[in-house]
Design a protein around this ligand. Structure first.
Ligand SMILES: Nc1ncnc2c1ncn2[C@@H]1O[C@H](COP(=O)(O)OP(=O)(O)O)[C@@H](O)[C@H]1O
Ligand SMILES: [Mg+2]
Length: 237
């Protein structure tokens, strides 16, 4: 079996260009890499290097202009929109920099809504209790987002991402708006879910300390993957 055959996520020559009026922005200029099942990979790179674009393509939230993404044997480009949406709900837990919680729901409902959306009939109260306990949310479950700190909101968002035990967790700058204490809680939880539940984690960050939580670091620059020694920001740290 070749190394690639065992890949859980495989990106091949991914390309994405945005059109802004007459201007073309080549956000991704041929990105190829693979991630094995159960790996925790960090993606680093300066602002504008294409990290979020990669995140959207890997999660099936946007379509690539070229290349392919295979996630757990599903080729995202060949799935219908409906099938891609189903795949996302079943297999991927998303964490965004800006939390994206529903303002009218309390913390508990912001977490359990992910189970309802996925049609996950297999509710596991022990899993809910364990995650919210590890994230220090037990006493905050009745609070709405406006009644929570930024760190607490991101912990709720992470609980929502993990509640369905997704095979893959995709996180885009999950600690970008957090202080160091909350960052530690979020990063430790990501590592724990990777180690204990075998979840494959791909985390985008521009914080070298956060990146170290991963088993391996992919460096991006100008829409391409570069060697660590060619990432000046990284070398500076
Ligand atoms: N929706 C968009 N429309 C036009 N240009 C975009 C859009 N999203 C991102 N870009 C541009 O694409 C490039 C990569 O952006 P992005 O993927 O957000 O990088 P990063 O997350 O590393 O900061 C940047 O030059 C950015 O300005
Ligand atoms: Mg970004």
């Amino acid at each position: 079996m070749s190394g690639m055959a065992g890949a859980f996520i495989e990106a091949k020559d991914l390309r994405k260009t945005y059109h802004v009026g007459k201007i073309e922005v080549e956000a991704l200029r041929g990105i190829s890499f693979s991630v094995q099942k159960g790996e925790f990979v960090s993606v680093v790179g300066p602002s504008g290097s294409g990290k979020s674009t990669l995140f959207y393509l890997l999660g099936g939230l946007t379509r690539a202009d070229g290349g392919s993404v295979v996630l757990d044997s599903d080729d995202l480009a060949t799935l219908t929109d409906a099938a891609r949406t189903r795949m996302r709900k079943r297999k991927i837990g998303f964490v965004f920099q800006k939390f994206n919680l529903l303002p009218t729901l309390d913390a508990r409902s912001n977490i359990t809504i992910a189970q309802e959306i996925s049609g996950n009939g297999d509710r596991d109260p022990a899993h809910f209790n364990r995650i919210t306990d590890l994230l220090g949310l037990t006493k905050r479950l009745g609070h709405r987002p406006s009644e929570l700190s930024g760190g607490e909101q991101q912990r709720v968002a992470l609980a929502r991402a993990l509640i369905n035990k997704p095979a893959v967790v995709l996180a885009d700058e999950p600690t970008g708006n957090l202080d160091s204490k909350n960052s530690d809680i979020v990063l430790s939880m990501l590592r724990r879910s990777n180690q204990e539940l075998g979840q494959t984690v791909l985390m985008i960050t521009h914080n070298p300390e956060a990146a170290k939580y991963g088993d391996r670091i992919i460096h991006m620059r100008d829409g391409q993957i570069v060697r660590p020694e060619d990432d000046p920001q990284w070398v500076a740290h």
